[in-house]
Design a protein around this ligand. Structure first.
Ligand SMILES: NC(=O)c1ccc[n+]([C@@H]2O[C@H](COP(=O)([O-])OP(=O)(O)OC[C@H]3O[C@@H](n4cnc5c(N)ncnc54)[C@H](O)[C@@H]3O)[C@@H](O)[C@H]2O)c1
Length: 255
């Protein structure tokens, strides 16, 4: 489905990023993978059965580094067909009255500025190409509130807003922009959230989080990757500006 296409993924050494990279590689894509550390990227790439893979270290919160990962992808491949704007952090848990400005800003820097810079520089390239597809990783936290997670919740609501704006600005160029909004996914991030919520009682925290999902489990990263692949494919050719809950029914309301 993606033979000869170039797929650029941020947060590519993390759980969802790796699953996305593998899913696109399986469909024949060439990969450009962005994350903070070269070592983590190499470790991730070693788990993939992929042909062309370009590894790029960048902090997505730094606009110059974002500009550079886009330029390096273009220098190497000459095109960007799909952009998975995925890197994110959860930050520290505290209710708003106890939340620090530093933590709030740190989460916004990665989750909002990082997504904005990625959209800005990839869209410039895709607008010249007059083609491309973008999937932003939001969260069910972009649609719902959660006590103690104010910075993350605010950042993911912002991602939904950027997603809608980007879709409207890019539509006339033949570019589609959508977002995925998962509930808990079985990755390092959810482990960090468990520790934040109940330090030392991670298994209990997991059971508590899973009990809030009608399907009573976390998503697998592969399930999120499958939705990303669908939204990036021609099968989703009339879908833009949308966000897709992938949450085992969690956002539906009470059972
Ligand atoms: N795991 C979940 O439960 C869940 C649920 C909904 C949404 N999400 C979102 O999915 C995305 C991927 O998360 P994940 O679950 O794979 O977590 P993860 O922690 O496994 O992966 C996140 C990756 O992003 C990278 N990253 C963090 N800050 C970065 C920065 N400044 N620059 C470049 N890379 C950076 C990390 O190094 C890591 O490899 C995030 O945006 C997250 O908010 C996750």
């Amino acid at each position: 489905m993606f033979s000869g296409k170039v797929v650029l993924i941020t947060g590519a050494a993390g759980g969802i990023g790796i699953a996305a990279a593998k899913a696109f590689a399986k469909e024949g894509a060439k990969l450009a993978l962005v994350d903070l550390s070269k070592e983590a990227l190499e470790k991730a790439a070693n788990t993939m059965d992929a042909g062309d893979v370009l590894l790029l270290t960048a902090n997505v919160a730094n606009e110059d580094e974002v500009k550079r990962y886009v330029e390096e992808t273009m220098n190497h491949y000459g095109q960007i067909d799909v952009f998975i704007n995925n890197a994110g952090i959860n930050g520290k848990f505290a209710n708003l009255v106890d939340q620090s400005a530093e933590n709030f800003q740190a989460v916004m820097n990665v989750n909002v500025n990082g997504v904005f810079f990625g959209l800005k520089h990839v869209l410039k390239t895709m607008m010249k190409q007059k083609s491309g597809v973008i999937v932003n990783t939001a969260s069910n936290g972009g649609l719902l509130g959660a006590p103690g997670m104010g910075p993350y919740i605010a950042s993911k609501h912002a991602v939904i807003g950027l997603n809608k704006t980007a879709a409207l600005e890019a539509a006339e160029y033949g570019i589609r922009v959508n977002a995925v909004a998962p509930s808990g996914v079985d990755t390092a991030m959810m482990k960090s959230i468990e520790t934040n919520a109940m330090p030392g009682k991670e298994q209990e925290a997991r059971e508590m989080f899973e009990s809030t999902v009608p399907m009573k489990r976390y998503a697998t990263p592969e399930e999120i990757a499958d939705l990303m692949v669908f939204l990036s494919s021609d099968k989703a050719s009339f879908i833009t500006g949308s966000y897709y809950r992938i949450d085992g029914g969690q956002g539906t309301g009470s059972a």
